[in-house]
Design a protein around this ligand. Structure first.
Ligand code: HEC
Length: 113
């Protein structure tokens, strides 16, 4: 009985470790790839929004303090539900996990600045 519990426990641990190892890097890649596919047109490669469309729409630099000081939940909310008239809502188009990956990528952009 005791032996079985230990065995189940270590199987769960092993599974958790595996999920962490597999999930962490693929998330980051997802974020970068999704950003390039869906967001660059308005927000630019580097997140600055300095391209013609970004300038026209008046997007903020995603790397700025104004954006970075927001919590992950606030950024996810802007992506999920859209913002103002021009930022599209991605609800139903992207999964929660994909949106988390994008938020992580927006944090990365600020570090690269
Ligand atoms: C059609 C152009 C367009 C596309 C495509 C677009 N955005 Fe935006 N985004 C905007 C605009 C415009 C704003 C600013 C809205 C405002 O301030 O009223 C914005 C705002 C944001 C904000 C909030 C920033 C702030 O000022 O608080 C985030 C986060 C964001 N976008 C992320 C993304 C991500 C991630 C994608 C790709 C999945 C994306 N956007 C695609 C136009 C776009």
């Amino acid at each position: 009985m005791k032996y079985r519990m230990v065995r189940t426990g270590s199987a769960v641990l092993l599974l958790a470790a595996l999920v962490l190892v597999v999930a962490a890097p693929s998330h980051a890649q997802d974020g970068a790839a999704l950003y390039k596919a869906k967001c660059v047109g308005c927000h630019s490669d580097d997140g600055s929004g300095s391209g013609p469309t970004g300038k026209q729409l008046g997007v903020k630099d995603l790397r700025s303090d104004e954006v970075q000081k927001q919590t992950d939940a606030q950024l996810s909310d802007s992506i999920t539900n859209g913002m103002g008239k021009k930022m599209p809502a991605y609800k139903g188009k992207l999964t929660d996990g994909q949106i988390r990956g994008l938020v992580a990528y927006i944090r990365d952009l600020a570090k690269k600045k």
